[in-house]
Design a protein around this ligand. Structure first.
Ligand code: SF4
Ligand code: SF4
Length: 302
């Protein structure tokens, strides 16, 4: 069975992609899924060759048939998002797709139509197949696009006979994060020792607990505020979650990114040796969770 790990963080800029891409360069037989669809950047490091591109359709938007419209104004009055103007044109960037105008129009002049909101891609990289996507500027429905990327990743795993998917998740705790973590085998939460980092971490761990997904924590730049690092460790102890890595502040991620390499391709230093140990720890946890499932299955068959 394909195993899935999602790397998440409470907010952007905590080193999530640095660590995800490093794991990608360490793991064998994997598929990469860049689910940070609002700010996808894994492709900058992995230089994928496109295999397939599909249009992505997000929310439907209203469309007015001018031949049927009698300019009664009911739809304009009913739209709470001011998406219909005095000429009865729909601003597709303001339309939230609620269908209220379609409901109130007595002339059946309004229908809901598909609108292209981005693209999803299946690609090949030097480390294996990759599913990724690009959401259009100002578009929403990123949760739906995350699900599309995860489906594409599963298809790639089946096609190329891979047994691991590493998912670079979106930041935060919104619907796109829920779409990126649902049904995965393990979460790694990257955090930083700041007040907001602690707050965000707590919210992400509550989410993982709610969905009963085993989680572990890595503190990036732990040495910038050791008092807050201690607070994070105490919070994790309270919530029954292991801290499996303390990454020091380092220029290595920036220098590696500037050279379009993962940190492990770029150098071998204190930073990368901690990254390796975090991966070893995660990998062991995945293997032991697989063995537990195997034992449970066998005993249920006896
Ligand atoms: S409710 Fe229908 S008929 Fe009236 S203005 Fe809107 S589209 Fe035209
Ligand atoms: S679908 Fe909703 S948001 Fe869009 S134009 Fe109609 S009433 Fe306004």
């Amino acid at each position: 069975m394909v195993k899935q790990i999602t790397i998440v963080s409470g907010k952007g800029g905590t080193g999530k992609t640095t660590i995800s891409s490093a794991f990608v360069s360490l793991a064998n037989d994997l598929v990469i899924a860049d689910c940070d669809v609002d700010a996808a950047d894994m492709h900058l490091l992995l230089d994928p060759t496109l295999l397939k591109t599909d249009d992505f359709y997000g929310l439907k938007v209203a469309n007015i048939n001018t031949e049927l419209c009698t300019a009664c104004g009911d739809c304009l009055d009913a739209c709470r998002f001011n998406a219909i103007d005095g000429s009865f044109d729909v601003d597709i960037f303001s339309c939230e797709g609620c269908s209220v105008c379609e409901y109130v129009c007595q002339q059946n002049a309004i229908s809901m139509i598909e609108k292209k909101a981005g693209e999803s891609f299946s690609s090949m990289t030097r480390f294996g197949p990759m599913a990724h996507a690009k959401l259009g500027i100002g578009e929403e429905a990123s949760g739906k696009l995350v699900s599309t990327v995860r489906n594409n990743a599963r298809d790639l795993a089946a096609e190329f006979n891979k047994d691991l998917i590493i998912i670079d998740g979106p930041p935060g705790t919104g619907c796109s994060v829920i779409a990126a973590i649902t049904g995965v085998d393990m979460l790694l939460v990257i955090t930083e020792p700041t007040a907001s980092g602690i707050h965000d971490l707590e919210r992400v761990l509550e989410l993982s607990s709610h969905f009963r997904i085993p989680a572990a924590v890595c503190i990036n730049k732990y040495d910038l505020n050791e008092s807050n690092t201690l607070s994070i460790r105490e919070l994790c102890t309270e919530m029954g979650v292991d801290v499996i890595g303390l990454l020091p502040y380092s220029r290595t991620p920036v220098d590696a990114m500037l050279n379009e390499k993962t940190v492990l391709e770029f150098t071998d230093d204190d930073f990368t040796s901690v990254v390796r140990s975090i991966w070893d720890n995660l990998h062991d946890r995945l293997v032991s969770s697989a063995e537990t499932v195997d034992i449970t299955l066998k005993s249920s068959l006896m």
